[in-house]
Structure formats: C-alpha cells, structure tokens
Write a protein that binds this ligand. Structure first.
Ligand code: IMP
Length: 199
C-alpha cells in the first residue's frame, strides 16, 4: 500500500530529490497537492524551531503525516550568522545575490572562512514529532564560482572538495549535501518505524 507524506514545500526539486532515495511504497506530495495554499509561518529564532513551526502548521492543515525542513548557513567568524536568517540576510526581500554580497563583504580580509550548512527536518504525525539534523562542513570561497544550484552555492566549498557547490552538477551536490544527510537519517527512521507513515 502506498503511504502518503506531505513534504511542506512547493519546491519540486526538493521533492524529486527525496523521492529518488525513498522506497517506492512512500509517495511524497507537495503543499499544493495537499491543497495547502497558505504560506507557512517561519518566524522563530532558530533553524530547529522554524522547521518545527512549519511542520506543525502543515500537519494541522493536511491531516496527513508531514515532513518539513529548514536550512541555514552558519559561518564561524560571524558567530554562526546568517543561520536562521540565511534567506533574509541582506533584508526581508533580499535576493541570493544580495545575500552573497553581504556575506563576502562581512568576511572581507577575514582568514577564518569555516562554515557549515545545517538542515533540520521535522516529522509530525498524530503519534509524535521527531527531528533529524544534517550538517555539511565547508568554507566560504573568496569570490563566487560556478553557475549551478541556488542560494549560497556559488560561495560554499564542501570540506575535502576543490569545487563550490555551484561548480558541481546536481547529482554530485546531492550526494553530499546537508539536506541529503538529514533525509538519509529520516528515511532510516521511517524504515524502522513503518507504522509512522500511516496517520
Ligand atoms: P530554505 O530553508 O530551503 O528556505 O533555505 C534558507 C536559505 O538557505 C535559502 O534562502 C538559501 O539561500 C539557503 N540554502 C538552503 N539550502 C541551500 C543549498 O543547498 N545551497 C545553497 N543555499 C542554500
């Protein structure tokens, strides 16, 4: 029997990414497919709390098991900024290019370029709420490199790699990404707790 889980996003690339590594008895549906058209709140102060806030609201609306995720870029020399404010670093309506300009400016002449991407998944069902974290360490490049991907990809070099995420193809990035790491932990939990994916 196919079991449905709502992925609290309308980003079809994220849904494809997780569907590709999920057993075929689980079907992911987007917010729109679950007939949820309101913008989910993301007003909390941490990545963990924002992820949970979205998941809980989606679960209230969908009445199906829901999975949400929130991601941020934490830069050591900036006291883990932009973190939960990664999408709005340069201002509420800022573009990724503006966010990157601000980040490169803040790191100007700073030697410590260490950074990490953190994804937190929240899985909300009638029985329980559970969270899974995926972390990818790396560093911030001196300048933008590459044209693939989105967000901060052109300035993030994963640990042990020479290329930025934006110089990799999607498959290369997805093999090592923070989101993939969190997905893998979540999927192994689901395999051990099959009953959790039925409401
Ligand atoms: P969200 O939680 O996916 O909305 O991500 C928050 C912000 O982090 C986005 O605005 C992106 O700029 C950034 N971000 C999330 N995931 C990635 C990624 O895989 N690469 C680069 N930037 C990302």
């Amino acid at each position: 029997m196919i079991k449905k889980i709502v992925f609290a996003t309308n980003n079809l690339n994220k849904i494809k990414e997780i569907q590709a590594i999920t057993p075929s008895n689980i079907e992911w549906i987007s917010l729109a497919e679950a007939a949820i058209f309101e913008e989910l709140p993301e007003t909390r102060e941490t990545i963990e709390a924002n992820s949970l806030q979205k998941g809980e609201r989606a679960f209230e609306l969908a009445d199906l098991p829901c999975m949400s995720e929130d991601t941020g870029l934490e830069v050591e020399a900036l006291h883990n900024e932009p973190g939960v404010r990664s999408a709005r670093y340069a201002g509420d309506l800022s573009t990724s290019e503006e966010n990157i300009d601000k980040l490169l400016g803040a790191l100007h002449e700073i030697k410590n370029r260490k950074a990490r991407f953190k994804t937190v998944i929240s899985f909300c069902t009638k029985e329980r709420i559970i969270q899974f974290e995926g972390i990818l360490n790396g560093e911030i490049a001196q300048d933008r490199r590459g044209s693939n991907g989105f967000g901060y990809d052109s300035v993030f070099i994963p640990e042990g790699q020479m290329k930025t995420f934006a110089e990799m193809n999607l498959e290369e990035k997805n093999q090592m990404s923070h989101r993939k790491r969190a997905f893998v932990k979540f999927l192994s939990y689901l395999k051990l707790n099959q009953h959790d994916s039925s409401k």
